[in-house]
Design a protein around this ligand. Structure first.
Ligand SMILES: NC(=O)c1ccc[n+]([C@@H]2O[C@H](COP(=O)([O-])OP(=O)(O)OC[C@H]3O[C@@H](n4cnc5c(N)ncnc54)[C@H](OP(=O)(O)O)[C@@H]3O)[C@@H](O)[C@H]2O)c1
Length: 170
């Protein structure tokens, strides 16, 4: 669980990814506007990729913090689902609707990937100080695997339930 790709280096994602790099994870960053990824690497070190699918190819965990519902789906379908290896955990920190989380979870499952819906609160200061609250929807075992990573920038990281109960569907 050492290779982490972080997608979306905005107000929140830029410092969140930085905490991971400083904590010793092997971080690769991707940002749609490449200059922000360049600035991140200059600030923290680490690696950037300007191609979405390539950015996630080595990842054990993919964290994303983009804008809204449509940006999450566009990011997943724009290279993340295609590029990630089977068994990779996608952690979405974007604030999205329940429908979006469910769609993202199903899209991930179809590709043999795991999904954690993980919106954050605490604002810019919480991201910069590594003091975010993170409310997670995920399978218990997958949550446990991602918890050390989320705890790097979360002071309160809690699993609330699952996004989808696949046992009920099958
Ligand atoms: N800011 C806060 O205080 C705060 C607090 C709690 C939760 N949140 C939530 O956290 C998320 C991120 O917020 P933020 O303040 O960091 O936003 P932001 O500064 O506007 O950054 C958004 C990031 O997402 C990327 N992005 C947006 N749409 C994309 C798309 N379609 N494809 C690829 N990349 C895309 C942007 O890339 P570009 O650089 O190319 O535009 C940018 O890196 C939002 O869901 C927000 O509601 C924010």
């Amino acid at each position: 669980m050492n290779n982490v790709t972080f997608i979306g280096l905005g107000v929140m994602g830029f410092p969140m990814a930085g905490h991971l790099q400083r904590a010793g994870y092997h971080v690769t960053v991707y940002n749609r506007t490449i200059s922000k990824a360049t600035a991140w690497v200059k600030h923290y070190g680490g690696v950037m990729s300007s191609e979405l699918a390539q950015s996630v190819a080595q990842a054990d965990v993919i964290c994303m913090c983009v804008g809204k519902d449509e940006d999450v789906i566009a990011t997943l379908q724009g290279g993340v689902l295609e590029g990630a290896k089977q068994g990779t955990i996608i952690v979405d920190h974007t604030t999205t609707s329940e429908e979006c989380a469910k769609q993202a979870c199903l899209l991930a499952a179809e590709r043999g990937l795991f999904f954690i819906d993980a919106p954050v609160s605490g604002g810019q200061a919480g991201a910069e100080n590594g003091q975010l609250s993170i409310m997670c929807g995920a399978d218990e075992a997958i949550f446990a695997l991602a918890l050390p990573i989320l705890s790097v920038y979360g002071k309160l990281v809690k699993r609330i339930g699952v996004v989808y109960d696949f046992k009920l569907i099958s």
